[in-house]
Design a binder for this molecule. Structure first.
Ligand SMILES: Cc1cc2nc3c(=O)[nH]c(=O)nc-3n(C[C@H](O)[C@H](O)[C@H](O)COP(=O)(O)OP(=O)(O)OC[C@H]3O[C@@H](n4cnc5c(N)ncnc54)[C@H](O)[C@@H]3O)c2cc1C
Length: 414
């Protein structure tokens, strides 16, 4: 099977890269072995939340001071500024409304009741301009009886710091009787499916919420609405007669899965082919070019392309792997940007900047992968499989994933 471009990995990076290429008329395929980090998505895409331990107000300004090895510096500050405008538009064309600006972080309330700086927030969630103020003084935190993946007491505790007087209330609905019998069934996605199925459950729920929120200024609920049907959140907001603040629950993330579904749908509507549940096992290299990849499900059928993109994620998705003996990229054995001495991978102080978090696949200045220092001319690398940043520490995960992907797509389109 022959494509213009094949992308290995169907997470946020693979999908944004694939959509951009497909929008330009390229015949693309994405091969993805499994779930991606989007299934754990908080509702916000971070660009740069912290630098040297300090909170960042203007990420576009702050990235100018990052080291040369950081993916943002390697893409180039001007390119990043341009692509940061393009990214929400691309997401929007996929039916996902993300709001925010790259030159001014806003804040979102975390499930721990803390305000966190971020770049783009899905419109399900509430964006706050100030870190230290919560606009309401009396809040009701509501949860479904038996739903253990929303920690109301953490939220309540966090809100105390904003002088918010809050009360936690649990409630039951007959629609959840069946799934409540088994705690492993009482999960966010199963709750969301009940509300996806029809207006009746949502109407009954909204009535309950309105009753329980009497005397309060704002309602706080777990983000378990709109798995396949994106109108559920807007519908719910219109039926509740107080402002509604949704907070992420423990994964699987309902807005995350919805985002993944929408991005994949957009890619396929543009003519892209998405091979889900297939693992790329190896590739054929000839004269410093990757000519084909071989996957578990396709067996002897090789997948060929003019250009390939490796967007296989970091350790979490096995884009790179560490054993006791070595650190490696499992498909082609690409060069790794990381220490060969495993004694240096970890800092014994858990909260310090962990060295291994900076590791990833090494690339040349065009983001092409290397083997023994030689670039593979048609294999580009994007997203969290790249090294050069501790995305967790600096709050830059989605920013690096989306913006390096768009940049790599531009390299291919040149
Ligand atoms: C648990 C978790 C939660 C996060 N939440 C957020 C958040 O809320 N906001 C934020 O800004 N950042 C978040 N991040 C940071 C995250 O790195 C980025 O946001 C981004 O989603 C990463 O996208 P990616 O496509 O590079 O990698 P991934 O999402 O890891 O996707 C890689 C994909 O490649 C596939 N793959 C791997 N190897 C192969 C192979 N051999 N063959 C075929 N497919 C393969 C995997 O199955 C996976 O689907 C989170 C990270 C993690 C780990």
């Amino acid at each position: 099977m022959k494509f213009d471009n094949i992308i290995i990995g169907g997470g946020l990076s693979g999908l944004t890269c694939g959509i951009k290429l497909a929008e330009q008329g390229k015949k693309c395929a994405i091969v993805s072995s499994g779930q991606s980090a989007i299934h754990f998505f908080s509702g916000s895409f971070d660009f740069l939340g912290k630098l040297n331990g300090q909170e960042v107000k203007n990420p576009l300004e702050a990235i100018k001071t990052l080291p040369d090895s950081h993916p943002y510096q390697r893409v180039g500050v001007e390119n990043i500024a341009r692509l940061a405008v393009e990214a929400p538009l691309l997401l929007n064309r996929a039916g996902l409304s993300f709001l925010g600006k790259a030159d001014q972080n806003h804040f979102v309330l975390t499930p721990m009741g803390i305000m966190k700086p971020t770049w783009l927030t899905l419109d399900d969630f509430t964006r706050f301009e100030q870190k230290n103020t919560f606009p309401w003084k009396k809040a009701v935190i509501l949860n479904f009886s038996g739903f253990l993946d929303f920690h109301t007491l953490f939220v309540q505790d966090g809100l105390k710091k904003f002088d918010v007087d809050s009360q936690v209330k649990n409630f039951a609905m007959k629609e959840f009787e069946a799934i409540r019998r088994n705690p492993s069934e009482m999960r966010s996605t199963n709750i969301a499916k009940v509300f996806d199925q029809g207006e009746d459950a949502l109407n009954e729920f909204a009535e309950k919420v309105n009753l329980l929120s009497e005397g309060f200024e704002v309602v706080i609920l777990p983000a378990v609405f709109g798995l396949f049907n994106k109108n559920v959140v807007a519908n719910l907001k219109s039926k509740i007669n107080k402002p509604l603040v949704l907070l992420p629950a423990i994964p699987p993330s309902v807005p995350g899965i919805r985002s993944q579904i929408f991005l994949r749908k957009r890619f396929e509507e543009l003519g892209g082919t998405y091979f889900l549940g297939d693992n790329v096992e190896e590739g054929t290299l000839e004269n410093n070019r990757l000519v084909a990849i071989h996957t578990k499900n396709h067996g002897d059928i090789k997948l060929e392309a003019d250009h390939f993109v490796l967007a296989s994620g970091s350790f979490y998705s096995k884009g790179i792997v560490a054993t006791r003996e070595k650190l490696y990229e499992p498909i082609l054995g690409l060069d790794i940007d990381g220490d060969t001495d495993n004694e240096k991978w970890l800092d014994e102080k858990f909260f310090n900047d962990q060295p291994y978090m900076h590791y990833g696949v090494k690339t040349d200045s065009h983001f092409r992968a290397l083997i023994n220092g030689q670039p593979i001319e048609n294999l580009y690398v994007a997203g969290s499989v790249l090294g050069g940043a501790n995305a967790l520490k600096e709050g830059s995960g989605a920013g690096i994933s989306v913006l390096t992907s768009l940049h790599v797509a531009e390299q291919i389109l040149k």
